[in-house]
Design a protein around this ligand. Structure first.
Ligand code: TXA
Ligand code: MG
Length: 324
């Protein structure tokens, strides 16, 4: 199959209406979309991504009304957070109505719903009479794509069309939350921060961090430790042994070059020290530095607050693979 890249929303609509997959931009990462009411179309997502069928998908809606229409019992805090963060990078797990196909939720009782903010994505959703199911548009277990080229690298010839919406402004995936009576559970840290959520409701907020038990039965697969990792072994720069020959090792820093690496082996997430900008560059840095085929990659931690915490979560997962 020839993969075309373009901005033709009418063409994307026809493809989706006819049960095809299409890669679409969102403000977080590119998604691999299909008609969220059509199980056969949804199965093509799993096939193209080589994703296990047990791993459910997020449904993307044009607005909160459409999203809440697909679920039962919308908790008060869900309404408050929707009001504040939609359209935007927040995904909520809510009890699904039966019109949501089991193919979307992998048979689970809750469905993940989100209203993306990306302009082109919104224009597309406004044209459709159904929500779109979309995981990140990468091969299962690889790095999420934050621009058209990343999608092409991984899914070329597997999908008919990539809707070009430019580079993703946020650059890491949405925050995933659920509700347990009055409590808010955060299952995946993302572009909406714990601080953002705490300051919006009076609810108790829990972060369900990955642990051995969750590893066996992840509530969301973002909890699986080895996700989001480049192929090159990656380590924290804290663990750097400076007696090593670093001429064939790479370094991903925040705003400052590392004195021990050749400058040409380094990638700075944001020279001006802006944390949001650093988030938008994280996966780009993983892609670019992975392609250089260094022996090892080292990466710095970011300040552990706000979106820095979400970035550190992704770094932790990327280096976890190399821990004994
Ligand atoms: O920013 C994002 O969330 C991007 C853009 C494209 O929207 N999407 C994304 O999708 O990151 P994906 O599939 O790569 O990650 C979604 C996570 C997965 O770990 C999946 O297991 C979990 O959400 N998930 C989806 N539906 C779920 C459900 N019903 N119950 C539990 N976990 C669910
Ligand atoms: Mg993903």
């Amino acid at each position: 199959m020839n993969t075309e890249v373009g901005k033709d929303l009418e063409k994307v609509k026809v493809l989706l209406d006819n049960g095809s997959t299409v890669a679409i931009p969102t403000e977080t990462v590119y998604g691999l979309a299909a008609n969220g009411r059509n199980p056969e179309a949804i199965s093509k997502i799993y096939l193209a991504k080589q994703r296990p069928l047990s791993n459910p998908l997020i449904l993307h809606y044009k607005d909160a009304k459409a999203a809440f229409n697909d679920v039962l019992n919308v908790p008060k805090n869900a309404k408050i957070l929707a009001e504040k963060f939609w359209p935007g990078p927040l995904t909520m797990l809510l009890e699904k109505k039966s019109l949501v196909p089991d193919a979307v939720t992998a048979g689970k009782p809750r469905v993940a719903v989100r209203v993306p903010a990306h302009k082109t994505c919104q224009q597309l959703l406004q044209k459709l009479s159904y929500p779109v199911a979309a995981p990140s548009a990468n091969i299962y277990g690889r790095i999420s794509p934050t621009c058209v080229d990343h999608v092409k690298d991984q899914l070329n010839t597997r999908i008919p069309y990539i809707l070009d919406g430019g580079p993703c402004s946020k650059g890491i995936e949405s925050t995933i939350i659920g509700f347990d009576q009055e409590k808010i559970m955060i299952y995946r840290l993302g572009s909406v921060t714990i601080e953002d959520i705490l300051s919006s409701t009076n609810a108790e907020v829990f972060y369900v961090e990955s642990d051995a038990q969750i590893e066996k039965a992840p509530i969301t697969s973002g909890m699986v430790k080895h996700h989001y990792a480049p192929n090159t072994p990656m380590f924290s720069s804290e663990d750097l042994n400076t007696s090593l020959d670093l001429s064939n090792c790479g370094y991903i820093g925040f705003d400052m070059l590392h004195p021990d690496f050749p400058t040409s082996n380094q990638f700075l997430l944001d020279e001006t020290g802006l944390i949001d900008a650093a988030a938008s560059q994280l996966y780009r840095a993983f892609h670019i530095m992975d392609a250089k085929r260094f022996k090892h990659l080292y990466i710095t931690w970011l300040p552990d607050k706000g979106i820095g915490r979400s970035i550190n979560d992704r770094i932790k997962r990327a280096i976890q693979k190399n821990k004994p």
